[in-house]
Ligand binder design. Structure first.
Ligand SMILES: N[C@@H](CCC(=O)N[C@@H](CS)C(=O)NCC(=O)O)C(=O)O
Ligand SMILES: [Fe+2]
Length: 312
């Protein structure tokens, strides 16, 4: 299939691209919060006119030694929303994170808003529901979330248009949110000098990841791209999380223009074999598959997280 044909048939991408071009006069206001414990960036994006907002990829701090959660990472987000007088309509997840617990339910209790994720979360729930032996009480239909997005869905944050793109590969349910001229790409690509996300989690796929990456890089070259993580690569001494399509196409060390799908897959699979599991994957996944809710308490009123032994 030729490039032009492919573009014309990708209605969701065409819609997202038109939106970026049209947004030049209505740019979202974006504030980033970096969690240095998990290297995660949480964003609050709002519409300056209506002061409606979305929180993207919030973090609930978790200390695995003590089993304690805290609002240390979420409190600055709450303070910002209150100081700016924002109304939070959405808590958007780019995927079921494997490296930190989501704070979406905690933020929802304090700030209101709906919790949403990509519709393919159902597949993730199947896989991890089995791994954690969650039983019949755990629904695999995504019903723990307030809303599930399909590829090409549109909605708005105040007057800011948003288009959702399904970008699987790191996980089956990954989505990117294109808000005005800004794309929150989740774990697809990282900053140009770090490269791309791993594709070796259950349901991950390097070939799919490459296609998702290249799809995002078909957005207009001036599209602002906001990363979900920054891991300091050698040679850089400060964290950064914002770049553009043009810059990624020119300089992403794994996926710049000219890298073939086969070369990417070989690189990604070889690199993934060298990576340890994230420090918090087991606590994170069993909470995030429940939309960030902790598992139900046992009959003594205590909540327990499970550790499946010799499974990952
Ligand atoms: N050291 C981090 C690694 C977390 C990790 O594996 N992150 C994923 C995204 S959830 C990834 O794609 N990492 C790419 C890499 O480490 O090269 C941790 O333990 O939390
Ligand atoms: Fe991730």
């Amino acid at each position: 299939m030729g490039k032009v044909e492919k573009l014309m048939s990708d209605d969701a991408l065409a819609k997202a691209s038109q939106q970026v071009t049209a947004a030049r006069n209505a740019m979202p206001v974006i504030r980033a919060f970096f969690d240095a414990t998990t290297f995660t960036v949480t964003y609050v994006v709002h519409d300056a006119m209506t002061r409606r907002a979305a929180v993207i990829d919030s973090v609930l701090a978790y200390d695995p030694a003590s089993g304690r959660t805290s609002l240390d990472a979420a409190d600055p987000v709450i303070a910002h929303v209150e100081k700016e007088g924002l109304t939070v309509d959405w808590h958007l997840e780019t995927h079921a994170h494997a490296d930190h617990l989501s704070a979406a339910p905690c933020l929802q209790r304090k700030l209101g808003g709906k919790i949403a994720i990509g519709a393919h979360i159902r597949e993730v729930q199947q896989t991890f529901g089995k791994l954690f032996n969650a039983g019949a009480a755990f629904a695999h239909d995504g019903s723990q979330f307030d809303h599930l997005w399909e590829d090409g869905d549109s909605f708005s944050i105040g007057d800011l248009p948003v288009t959702v793109l399904h970008v699987p590969g790191h996980t089956p349910a990954c989505v990117a949110y294109v808000v005005g001229d800004a794309a929150f790409v989740g774990d697809t690509m990282f900053m140009p000098d770090y490269g791309t996300a791993r594709a070796d989690f259950p349901g991950g796929n390097a070939r799919q990841l490459f296609r998702s990456l290249r799809r995002l890089l078909e957005l207009p070259s001036e599209t602002r791209l906001f990363m979900c993580h920054d891991y300091l690569p050698e040679g850089r001494d400060h964290y950064v999380w914002e770049t553009t399509v043009a810059e990624q196409r020119r300089a992403n060390i794994h996926a710049h223009d000219g890298v073939s799908e086969d070369a990417f897959v070989a690189m990604r699979e070889a690199r993934d074999r060298t990576l340890d599991m994230p420090r918090l994957i087991l606590p994170s996944v069993q909470v995030n598959m429940r939309a960030g809710h902790l598992p139900p308490p046992e009959d003594n009123g205590v909540v327990y997280l499970k550790i499946p032994v010799n499974q990952l």
